[in-house]
Design a protein. Sequence first.
Length: 104
Amino acid sequence: MPLGNYFSTLPTPFITTAMYIVGFMGALALIYGVLLEAEKNQDAVFVVGSASLFVYALVRHDTILMFAMGGMFLIAGRELIQIMRGKHKHTIVEVQKYEHPENK
């Protein structure tokens, strides 16, 4: 059975396999979040990605990764809440400087 060779190398407990999938999806979400242009969408993806990697770090007992992802979750969540409440705004001049840095 050719597929049996591949599945025999997977971790035996289901929770371990699920945590690898959660961690991998969280890493992909963070990578995708960097590529997003809209700040609201970017912060939402960062919240999901950092929460996923926090859960992965919690299962792996990785204190440094837990600290980093917990901090990122809190900061991205705060930014997202400010955007949704309308308290996080940019002036037209700031947006134009960002979109066209050569016209400073």
